[in-house]
Design a protein around this ligand. Structure first.
Ligand code: PLP
Length: 274
């Protein structure tokens, strides 16, 4: 397995990042997960824009996007596979313990791992912890994902694949690694960005392709929703058939099935949709 590290390809086994990397010691880093199908990266331009936005939000220098593109191409060419996840990690770089970020320059790692298509349906739970809709990191895809790790563990304990958060004012927000959509009175809604959710790329494409409305929703919309689905890079559009103890239909409902169909059709036709 080859990975990209700071300007070139290396064997993953031998590749080394400093134990004093600010990304490791204080979570000073940003990342992207990108779907790679047969050596092509889906929606790469949008992912690189979000990487830049996240880096700026954290005060990191802008990533060199020419290098990032070259690195993605090189890693995909060196590790051929039908379906993979590209993981870009970009951190503050080496910094002595206890000091601010050093001047040594950022660390860029691009890795690829093989994956399989997610099932069309899944179960989700709600968790008692909140997303902060007004935090310094809100909306940034940073490597500080500890809260998501804890919430996802709670989901796994309950045989679910995702945990959904409300924000500090009790509004439905997002999952640990996905955005959420609900069907109410036959209409498709998703929480707006001011709920504190990440600007998911699959979310944005689903809003424009399937015509969802951005609506402030209370958490208990999940108890009333006729249908619920999740969106993310690796899930695409995935129906929720159980939320907490509530069982929904076993199969994706009509609105979800249509959103799945449109997403598959449009993304196959346009691999780098703007
Ligand atoms: N929300 C969070 C917290 C995420 O980490 C992710 C993706 O990893 C998403 C939403 C979905 O975003 P995307 O569709 O760009 O994968």
């Amino acid at each position: 397995m080859k990975i990209w590290l700071n300007g070139g390809l290396q064997d993953a086994e031998g590749a080394r990042v400093s134990v004093f990397d600010h990304g490791l010691t204080v979570g000073d880093g940003v990342f992207e997960t990108i779907k790679a199908e047969h050596g092509r990266a889906f929606a790469l331009t949008r992912h690189l824009e979000r990487l830049t936005t996240s880096a700026r939000g954290l005060g990191l220098p802008d990533p060199d996007l020419d290098e990032v593109r070259r690195g993605c191409e090189a890693v995909m060419a060196a590790n051929p596979m039908a379906l993979g996840r590209l993981r870009l990690t970009y951190t503050g770089g080496v910094s002595p313990l206890g000091s601010d970020r050093g001047d040594a320059g950022p660390t860029l790692v691009i890795a690829l791992s093989e994956t399989t298509r997610r099932p069309d349906t899944t179960a989700a739970v709600t968790v008692p912890w909140t997303r902060n809709e007004r935090g310094a990191l809100t909306g940034l895809k940073t490597t500080s994902y500890g809260e998501n790790v804890v919430a996802l563990a709670r989901a796994r304990e309950r045989d679910a694949s995702e945990a959904l958060f409300a924000n500090t004012v009790g509004a439905l927000c997002e999952g640990t690694g996905s955005n959420v959509f609900v069907v109410l009175d036959g209409e498709l809604h998703t929480p707006p960005l001011h709920s504190g959710c990440l600007a998911g790329i699959t979310r944005a494409l689903t809003i424009s392709w399937a015509g969802a409305k951005e609506t402030d929703l209370p958490l208990d919309a999940l108890e009333r929703a006729e249908e619920i689905f999740l969106t993310s890079t690796l899930r695409d559009v995935q129906a929720v058939t159980r939320i907490d103890r509530r069982q929904l239909a076993d199969e994706p409902g009509p609105v979800t099935a249509e959103a799945m169909r449109i997403f598959e059709e449009q993304s196959a036709a346009d691999f780098d949709p703007r």
